[in-house]
Design a protein around this ligand. Structure first.
Ligand SMILES: [Fe+2]
Ligand SMILES: [Fe+2]
Length: 297
């Protein structure tokens, strides 16, 4: 029996997590240091780790794995890649993103912009190219999808290819049994609708903030920055190497940049907010160097 989202989704099917940060906090438990690959044992330890958020994270992945079908991805691409919703200056866009407030723990969590700024500042402090700093500043801009009424499981979460077999290296792989694609023979061979080594540019990923921000900025940033934006939540590949068979040499070369980027996203969180007044002139000129006056959403 194929499971489809009921219309409309209930509030708990839309947003099981108290905030998007719960997913990222959970990533830190799965990948506590930059070198971690979730081996059998650490996966088991991770599962047994008791935190209040664990059940909501599980429910979040149940919904994500159930509803992110190949057809769902095509629908969302058609809907959002027209970029006909809004047009804003970069700074208005950050203010808009910050409307995503986390009311679960207002004292300890920084807003979205602070996370972006801490990521970009950590990249800058290590002397990386300025376009990588800009990728850090923008990598989660796609989370505005939540403000357009999209459910959390269609905005965040680990991403994975659709249209081919699911890897058991993806977190909570057992929930893919609920996905209609799981019983569709076209989609359940290792290469599925793709061919071996076809390159990720030919592969459709589950829909979310990564793919959306990639398309938003694809005309403006150098390719390594675009890979960082597009694949930063593809943990099954950049940590677990589960989809080597779909990648080509170009992807392998560019994934060095994705791997370089990931620790800045995951480990740069700090309770002290950066001093925006001091930083502002640098970022204004960085944004002006690469981006047009307004961005389309
Ligand atoms: Fe992200
Ligand atoms: Fe992030």
């Amino acid at each position: 029996m194929q499971e489809k989202p009921t219309q409309p989704l209930s509030p708990s099917e839309m947003n099981p997590l108290s905030s998007l940060d719960v997913w990222e906090d959970d990533l830190l438990e799965r990948y506590p240091d930059p070198e971690t690959i979730a081996k059998e044992k650490s996966t088991e330890e991770y599962r047994n780790y008791e935190t209040p958020g664990r059940d909501t994270v599980r429910e979040f992945y149940r919904l994500n794995h159930t509803y992110q079908t190949y057809d769902f991805v095509q629908e969302k691409r058609a809907e959002f890649l027209k970029f006909d919703r809004k047009e804003m200056s970069v700074w208005d866009a950050f203010n808009f993103l910050n409307e995503l407030v986390d009311d679960s723990d207002p004292d300890t969590d920084l807003d979205q912009f602070q996370h972006l700024l801490q990521t970009s500042e950590a990249i800058r402090a290590d002397g990386h190219p300025d376009w990588m700093v800009l990728a850090g500043l923008f990598h989660d801009m796609g989370k505005v999808l939540c403000l357009f009424g999209e459910p959390q499981w269609a905005v965040v979460g680990d991403t994975f290819p659709v249209g081919c077999a699911y890897s058991d290296k993806i977190v909570y792989p057992e929930f893919f049994k609920n996905n209609p694609d799981y019983s569709d023979a076209r989609y359940q061979t290792p290469n599925g609708v793709y061919s071996a080594g076809c390159g990720l540019r030919n592969v459709h990923m589950s829909w979310g903030h990564d793919e959306y921000v990639y398309h938003m900025l694809k005309d403006y940033l150098p390719e390594p920055a675009l890979y960082m934006l597009r694949y930063h939540s593809f943990y099954a590949q950049h940590r677990e190497h589960a989809y080597d068979h779909l990648m080509d040499d170009h992807d392998r070369e560019l994934f060095k940049w994705v791997n370089l980027f990931n620790p800045y996203d995951l480990y740069s969180k700090n309770p002290t907010p950066p001093n925006w007044t001091e930083l502002r002139p640098y970022y204004e000129s960085l944004v002006a160097k690469y981006l047009p006056a307004t961005i389309k959403f």
